[in-house]
Ligand binder design. Structure first.
Ligand code: SF4
Length: 189
């Protein structure tokens, strides 16, 4: 069965139901600040491409936010190139692939950056709050925090997936786009 490509009109709902925490965080920050630094634009942009957001929709999506911060003209001049580049329409025309968990976990976000893996980068208080917001409560939170303390970030993400969906994820999470497609399979079944 083919799963529906993501469209702009339901992107907020889909983000809430099926994005892993790393992408939810970037998505929310973009909606809040109308801006993301380069690392965040890459991590979220390639993920969205991976879930099937078409180039025209991606440009509209980023432009709607960035225009509120830097203006439409500056977006067209400075930022639209990077998005077309991610889709292989500029430069070397490489069709860039979305980042794996391993790559995201090993990135080193600086001040003002929102990319990276929240299980690794958030402090305990912020992580607990983020988990609650995803609907993870009670014992499940403690189980996730145990994995985080032992630096098993992907296992922490897998437990989150299981708590959110009430369904097991035997293969474990190793890619944000896998989290998304496994989630969509459950939602649509
Ligand atoms: Fe994202 Fe992977 Fe971290 Fe989960 S484990 S939040 S999918 S980077």
């Amino acid at each position: 069965k083919e799963f529906a490509l993501i469209s702009l009109k339901d992107i907020d709902d889909v983000a809430k139901s099926s994005f892993p925490l790393c992408m939810r965080h970037l998505f929310e920050k973009l909606r809040e600040d109308h801006h993301l630094k380069h690392g965040g634009r890459m991590q979220l942009g390639l993920f969205l491409k991976g879930v099937g957001l078409k180039l025209d929709d991606a440009l509209a999506f980023w432009k709607a936010e960035f225009s509120r911060k830097v203006g439409a003209e500056r977006f067209d001049k400075e930022y639209s190139y990077g998005i077309r580049h991610n889709y292989g329409r500029e430069g070397k025309r490489t069709d860039y692939t979305p980042y794996s968990c391993q790559k995201i976990i090993s990135s080193t976000p600086g001040v003002g950056d929102h990319h990276g893996c929240p299980y690794r980068n958030f402090n305990e208080e912020n992580l607990r709050a983020a988990l609650n917001k995803m609907g993870v409560t009670g014992r499940a939170v403690g189980d996730v925090m145990d994995k985080v303390r032992n630096r098993h970030y992907q296992l922490a993400c897998t437990l989150t997936f299981e708590a959110v969906h009430g369904s097991s994820c035997d293969a474990g999470i190793n890619h944000p786009n896998q989290y998304f497609s496994d989630s969509q399979k459950i939602m649509q079944s």
